[in-house]
Design a protein around this ligand. Sequence first.
Ligand code: ZN
Length: 203
Amino acid sequence: MGQLEILKFPDPRLRRKCKPVRKVTEELKEFAKEMLATMYAYRGIGLAAAQVNRLERLIVIDTRRPEGDDAETRYELGDETELEKKITQPLILFNPVIKKKDGKTTYSEGCLSVPTYFEIVERAKHIVVEALDENGEVVNFEADGLLAICIQHEIDHLEGKLFIDRLSPIKSLRVKAKIKKFGYPDPNKDRDEEEVTDSQHRL
Ligand code: ZN
């Protein structure tokens, strides 16, 4: 299965609003699997269709604790919550909508479309989500912890919004200007820089 190309800020295609999926077709199911394969290849925990140049409202997520060396680094938030444990991952969600949200939490977010940057973003702590699963069935569930943060981050992508839009206005401008001026570090040349961020997650 080939990897998909991930669009990077400031690519204007990341700013398009995605459209609801009318029917979960075989092609869309296949595509969701390619998205998951791409997400895992880049060691991300979430990916939205908008990031791979598609306009469907589709997100894929896997925030589970990885095996082995990464086991201690999954969270800054603490261990997997009881709500998270109840949810089978990976998640493939079409037309995800947040029906209810409450509380506040912060997390140092990264993004596969803004590689090597991590910034503290505030999100709702607890959410109720409705979506279609990969079989086109309606699903409703509650989430908190890293999973809730990730779902909110991915739904933002479907609206053409990035985590760097959610910083203070000054910080947001500064980060965007820096990326526009200098681009992103070369992963081959600047490997050390990438190592430092291994405990953080790209959503
Ligand atoms: Zn992202």
